[in-house]
Design a protein around this ligand. Sequence first.
Ligand SMILES: C[S@@+](CC[C@H](N)C(=O)[O-])C[C@H]1O[C@@H](n2cnc3c(N)ncnc32)[C@H](O)[C@@H]1O
Length: 260
Amino acid sequence: MIETIQGHLYDFPRYYDLVFGSDWKAELDFLEAAFEKHSRRRVRTAFEPACGTGRLMFRLAKSGYKVSGLDLNERAVAYCNERLQRHGFRPTAFVADMSKFQIPKRVDAAFNMINSFRHLLDQRTAKAHLQCVAECLQPGGLYLLGLHLTPTATQPLDEESWSAQRGNLCVNTRLWSTSRDLKNREECCQMTFDVYTPTRSFRIEDTVIFRTYTRRQILSLLRGIEGLSIEATYDFSYDVDTPINVDDATEDVVFVLRKE
Ligand SMILES: C[S@@+](CC[C@H](N)C(=O)[O-])C[C@H]1O[C@@H](n2cnc3c(N)ncnc32)[C@H](O)[C@@H]1O
């Protein structure tokens, strides 16, 4: 039987970076294309709230952007900064809560691509986050916010599994929804990560609670944030030439929000 650890993937940045790292090229290309298409100013500086290991930050830095980010998890921030430094960039990630932060200088763009926003479990912190982001953007700048919605016209997808390999490290991931309480707006997800290294194999079992958003709930929240307006919507196919209309069957969406 494989050894099992109860823990959070975010405390294992190397495994996190592998599990969620494989899609980086599509996301990076999309970010750059969306900056170009939707920003009213040239994007030179980019900020990532909930940056995790900084898998996108570091690649944007390599493309010439000045990047910075924050995350609540100290290990993820340390991993992110070490990698930035290893590649000759300043260690610009810091530990903070994305619902109460300030940055010293306003940026041209911010991004938060894969559901991190849904870690904010109530309306107050979700709103506070969006207000902090609005505050840290230059006029005409963008916030790209990606998340999964709860569709009301179809059954939501309940399970995903995938495998990722880098060198002799391999992680098989399974993620499934165990409960969805639409009244209290909480979805509980169970995740297992089977980690294989040349010397050890083990499983990490993780439970994550996400806030749920229907189309109406997210639109009402976003429309209530002063200074930000919805400029365009895409899905997780990250094709900047193919915007989508968000309807009650939509499951994944990237909002392009623009600061007035
Ligand atoms: C799904 S990961 C995304 C990381 C990164 N944005 C990426 O695309 O790979 C979610 C991240 O949100 C962070 N997080 C959760 N709650 C947070 C909060 N209140 N403030 C800042 N970071 C938070 C976690 O520590 C984790 O690194």
